[in-house]
Structure formats: C-alpha cells, structure tokens
Write a protein of this length. Structure first.
Length: 470
C-alpha cells in the first residue's frame, strides 16, 4: 500500500487513556497499586491534572456494558460521563473524551449528555463513537444476542448524523435571555422531524448549542466498516498498530478513505495506542515491564485470549508456538483486536506465553520500554514516517507510567520542536486545530466559551515544562 503524504508543519497530539490501575492486566496486583481508589473521583482528577501538566490534548475514558470476569481484575467502575463532569471542575484546559455506544444508547440521550459536558467544561468534550461487541453486553439491554455487525454500523451511521443535527438544532445565538419575555428565539430553533430506519427524533435538543458547536468526534475504526465510519465522521482516530509498518498501512488507508469521503485528511489526527515503560536506562524500563508481567495469572490470561480469538485456549501449551488461527474472512467475532493478534503472530512468531505477555498491556498496541530519549526517538520516527499524527498513551502502570512520560518524555519531545510548550487554546477543538462548525442564520459570529476561567494551566505566556531527573 502506498504511504500517505505527511505535512511537515504539524506537531504531535497526545491523549492519555485512563484505565483502572493501569493498562497492564496485572497492574492492580502490584503492592501499592491504586486499586482501592478506583471509585474515588479524586484519583481520576489527579491523573487528569498530571496529563494537563503535560499539555496533553485530552484524557479518555473507555466504557463497556458487561462486568466480565471480575476475579481477573478491574474493568469498569465509575460511569465515564459522570466522572468527566466532575473532572471538568478539577481541570482547566485538557479535553475530556469518553465512549458512548451507538448500540445501546439513543441519539437524543447521547447528544444531550455530551452537550451538557461541553457546557460544564467550557468546550472540552469529545465523544468516542463505538459499536458494542459482545453478546453479554446485549443481554444487559434486553437482547438475546448482539445484532449483526452490518446492522450495528448502519445504526451507528444514522446515530451520528442525528446527534450532529441535534447539536445544530439551536443556532449559536438562539439563546436570548431577554427578561422582558424572550428566553430563546423560536425562529432559531429547528425541528429535525427525523424518521429513519433505526430512530425517530423530532427535536430540537433540550440543551442550547454547545460551546464547541459540536463535541469532537473520535472513532477507533479498525475493521472495514469501522474505517468507513471514521472516514465519514471522525475528527480524530484512536488506532491500533503493533509496529511501524502496520501503523503506516493503517494511516495511509484511513487518510485515503477520508479523502474519498470528500474531507481533508490533514484535519483528522490519527493516534495509535502507545504503551510506554520509562526508565533512566533501558534495563530499568525492561525490569519494570518484567516485574508486572510476572504477576500475570496464566489461567485468566488464557481465558481473556480466548475471548479475543473465540476459542478455548485453556489447553494451549505455553512454550509452544501459537496454534494456527482462522483467517480474518473466517473469523466472525470483533475484527479489530483479532487483526492485531494475527499481525503479532505473523511478525513476531511468539510462543503462547510470549503472546500473553505482549497482550497483557494494551492488548497488542505498540509497546516500548526505554529511556526518555530512546522513546522520543521512536515516537519521532513514527511521526515523520507517516504512521501517526500523535499517540493515545496507554500507561501500563498508574499513576507511575503517566507521571514518567509527562515528566521525562514530554520535555524530550518539546526540545525537538515536536510538541507544544504551552496551551494556546481553551477548547478541545482548539488543541486539535479543528474549526468550530456553525449553525443557524447568524452562526458565523465568533462566540466565546462560557464557564471555567482559563488562567492556571500552562499557557503561551508561561515557561515550558522542565525535566526532572529520573
């Protein structure tokens, strides 16, 4: 596949994916891990402030609708939109992104919640658009099984289009607040009268237009339908790539799809997942990785692998090569994670034990262990080689891995001119370089974001971060 043309005048985007005690499956088992704090909002507020100190574009919460194997470790605790609304009051500049499923929600409900978060945060909300995957999730919503993939993506396309129309159903200047008798101008509110295959929505939305116009749309499209959904709607993409070549292939394919959809591919940031262990030496970083790998319970890890490949892996010999897996065409389960596993098996030829360790942190995303300079070297290579516009950092150990990256890798990237040294915007759209969409007859008038003052986080009148010693 031909490689995508890469602009030379861009800077990295960084996102912090916050998940439990860390993305490694055994992170919660470490002595001193924050596992007892996972229901304490102050824990997440501290993580968000650390990412904001690192000038990240956003923090991100994933979500799921089934508890899974609770004995194997934490998955979900606080509902993401609720948590992010609280975190909005503890931060000032950083974006706040969460998953909302198009399979189990409705456009009106999702649009109202996300518009509310955008108002609460002063224009920092983002929505990771997903179709849910598993039958056990479906059974928590009254269905016997998940609908076919094609139907889920058809529903998702209609869902996103209706949500966008709901955000646009209030013109920017519809809210008058004239105490003599006009709260909002009825002529500047618009009904949708939508009657589609999956949804009927009259509109307008009950929440006035968000400060950003629309919350930023993220997507994690890995399968063909997922990439098409991203090409049509996404303003930033969370990607999966286990190596540079896979990253380049995905980047080129998605940018081509975006262009074919009539959009400017340079405006859509592609951010592969990155699992990073940071040490003062490479040996120290690898020792961090080995120590947490050693805590991984084999039986539970094989069970998790079985959910990804839809096979019983309990009898697989740990020190033998991974058994032959079905081709993507024969596989009927979720395609994205499965394609990553196939790629790791093809390129790295691991034993079953090695594959379990590889998947333990981030499920097959690009994993690095090294010094700040060495990690920055590899990030720069991906960035300049047309494999990434930035990265969705997946700290394997929280809060340690996030703090190590912010305090030591970010200054390396700043010294190379690859990353901002201050915030120059107050909204998530601003961080990503995205235009604010207008709506209504007089919507082109510039409009300030209401709410939280923007003075304490590093701004372009502040000095850049300084690196502390490891």
């Amino acid at each position: 596949m031909s490689r995508a043309l890469v602009r030379t005048d861009r800077q990295l985007h960084l996102n912090a994916f916050l998940f439990g005690a860390g993305h490694h499956g055994a992170a919660w088992r470490r002595p001193g891990s924050p596992v007892e704090q996972l229901g304490d909002i102050s824990y997440y507020e501290r993580l968000a402030r650390t990412a904001e100190r690192g000038l990240f574009d956003a923090v991100f919460f994933a979500d799921g609708h089934s508890a899974g194997d609770v004995a194997s470790g934490p998955r979900w605790f606080l509902e993401p939109l609720t948590a992010l609304s609280a975190m909005a009051r503890a931060t000032e500049r950083i974006g706040l992104v969460c998953t909302v499923s198009t399979t189990f929600s409705t456009p009106f409900h999702a649009a109202r919640m996300l518009a509310s978060l955008d108002h609460i945060s002063g224009g920092r909300a983002g929505w990771n658009v997903v179709t849910s995957m598993f039958d056990e999730e479906a059974r928590n919503h009254g269905w016997a099984a998940m609908p076919p993939r094609e139907q889920r993506y058809e529903r998702a396309q209609e869902f996103v289009e209706v949500a966008q129309r709901l955000w646009d159903s209030w013109a920017d200047d519809a809210l008058v607040a004239d105490r003599d008798g006009v709260y909002a101008d009825p002529a500047l509110l618009h009904r949708l009268d939508h009657a589609g295959e999956h949804f009927r929505v009259d509109g307008p939305l009950t929440v006035p237009r968000p400060p950003q116009g629309r919350p930023v749309l993220f997507q994690a499209g890995a399968s063909g339908p997922g990439r098409e959904l991203a090409a049509r709607h996404a303003e930033a993409v969370y990607a999966v790539a286990c190596d540079l070549s896979a990253g380049q292939d995905y980047y080129a394919d998605l940018k081509a799809r975006i262009a074919a959809a009539g959009r400017d591919p340079h405006t859509v940031a592609v951010m592969p997942g990155l699992v990073a262990y940071v040490g003062s030496t490479e040996e120290e970083a690898r020792a961090q990785q080995a120590a947490v790998d050693a805590l991984l319970p084999t039986e539970q890890s094989l069970a998790q692998l079985g959910t990804f490949v839809q096979q019983d892996c309990s009898g697989w010999e740990l020190d033998a090569p991974v058994p032959v897996l079905p081709s993507p065409e024969e596989f009927t389960g979720p395609q994205g994670r499965y394609a990553t596993i196939l790629r790791i098996v093809e390129v790295e030829r691991p034993t079953v034990r090695q594959l379990l360790g590889r998947l333990a942190a981030g499920g097959g995303h690009w994993t690095v262990a090294g010094t700040p300079g060495g990690i920055a070297d590899r990030i720069e290579r991906w960035f300049r080689a047309g494999a990434a516009d930035g990265f969705n950092l997946m700290p394997p150990l929280l809060p340690d891995s996030l703090e190590g990256f912010v305090d030591h890798v970010v200054p390396e990237l700043q010294r190379r001119g690859l990353f901002r040294t201050c915030y120059d915007a107050a909204t998530l759209r601003g961080h990503l370089g995205l235009a604010r969409p207008g709506a209504g007859a007089r919507a082109r008038r510039p409009q300030a974001s209401p709410g939280v003052p923007r003075t304490s986080s590093p701004s372009c009148s502040s000095t850049s971060l300084s690196e502390s010693s490891l």
